[in-house]
Write a protein that binds this ligand. Sequence first.
Ligand code: NAD
Length: 543
Amino acid sequence: MLSRRTLTVVHKASSRALSTRASTILQALDIPTSNEIPGVYDGTWKGEGELFESLCPTTGEVLARVRSASPQELQLALEKSKEAYKFIRSVPAPRRGELVRQIREALAAKRDELGALVSLEMGKIRTEGVGEVQEFIDIVRYTHADYAVGLSRIMNGRVVASERPGHSILEVPNPLGVVAVLSAFNFPVAVYGWNLALSLAAGNATLWKPAPSTPLCSIAVIKIIASVLEKNGIPGAVAGLVTGGKDIGQAVVQSQDVDMVSFTGSEAVGRDVGKVVQSRFGKVLLELGGNNASIVMPDADLSLAVPAVFFGAVGTAGQRCTSTRRLYLHRSIAPTFLSKLQSLYSSLQPGDPLESATLLGPLHNRAAVGIYSNAVDRLRRAGAEILIGGSQYGSEDLKDTLTGGNFVRPTIAVPSKVDVTDAIWREETFAPILTVGVFDELEEAIGWNNGVPQGLSSSLWTKDLRNVGKWIGPAGSDTGIVNVNVGTSGAEIGAAFGGNKSTGWGRESGGDAWKQYVRWSACTINFSDEAPLAQGVNFSTSS
Ligand code: NAD
């Protein structure tokens, strides 16, 4: 098998003869298929910084070379974002809602093309790529049509009763400033969409720093948004873009010009980002790693639970923050459950994620394959039984066109015991590895569910209402998403999305998440002829 590096060099030597598979998708989105592509947008497209290659995870093909931001360009983009904020904060909120609606229309017109690009560049199967773009469209719709004239019309404060006569207290939301969105590779469109929709409706300028390995998705999305802004005479830096890697990310996070950093990524990086933003008293929203468990009770409907665990563990090749990584089975149903699950795993064939029959695409990059292999080795060393999977696909298992891809076998491992202090249970491995434990009492399984650092998603499979009460109550699951007879993976946009503990406590998307994208002020207004102090304090010199 040709290594990823070799392929890259071969392509560098040749004159960018892009495959039809890739060029059709790029052309449909107006992305040049030759030369270097500028990866910075602040009203105009530019890029004189480091060169990044976008590699196809399925074939190893170099899809494009993108110029990221130089330090000067980043500084300028930040300044332009600040100026753009001063413009957009004065645009009436319902008018901002109208912009959001137009963005939705423009995205919907290119939904399938963008979905294909997500599949091409990230590696998830096409239906999930399209689904991710649909999520962007839905959140935009949520901020507009679902609330009749949109969240932009109901981002309200409130009037609070004052204890002083002739006084009123208002809690007032105002736009925050510049919101920087740093996003992960696995949702190269939707995470930005969740943030942009709320941030723009709230009156902020948004500057996006996507993952360095998915620059094309961000460029395609920003092109669509920029055309809407331009048509409406709105400065492009209202939705700016700086592609690049860790250095650009760090500079954005450190910048005093950024009022809020919305970071989606790993716990390790999120921990640093949180500290840096906190140390300059900026606002931070963290959406970090998940280590999600499903618990299956003896009364569960296995015809629902087995396919849901299968999708949760294997969908997106285990590269969702909400992927099912731990499975706790009641002793009485464990053998039956595992045999049904194994037969679903056995039916899987790796394939090109762009083909409609494919359910299993590649991991996103070579490094992830190494992480997968190390995790499987660690499980083996710990004495775990590998029921299925446990290795990469060899070239003999793959079509010729896929031998440059990062394909691994989805794995089910049963360690000798559940010990949530052990790394095999407590660390998120961003790959399709499902670790299984057997329990006797629900309380024991809830303890295991809660015993890890992360707190993103969890699900309980039962028909017994008493179990449901325990699960969602104070002694139940401690994750941000707590499901019953619904898998851990995938969430609708209507409720606030996010996790607790080392997942970062952030909330995005629906519910009250918009309240994070504004600054709140308590305004006390005296319309009387007296000036009494609160709590009856007397500070008069005449008494
Ligand atoms: P990552 O942490 O490696 O990178 C995330 C972003 O941070 C990228 O844009 C990267 O360039 C940037 N970055 C890297 N180092 C930085 C630094 N020191 N300062 C500032 N920025 C820096 O994450 P990844 O590998 O792209 O994504 C996978 C992770 O994201 C997984 O842990 C997954 O669970 C998590 N994730 C969480 C959610 C959620 O909503 N909770 C959603 C998607 C992904």
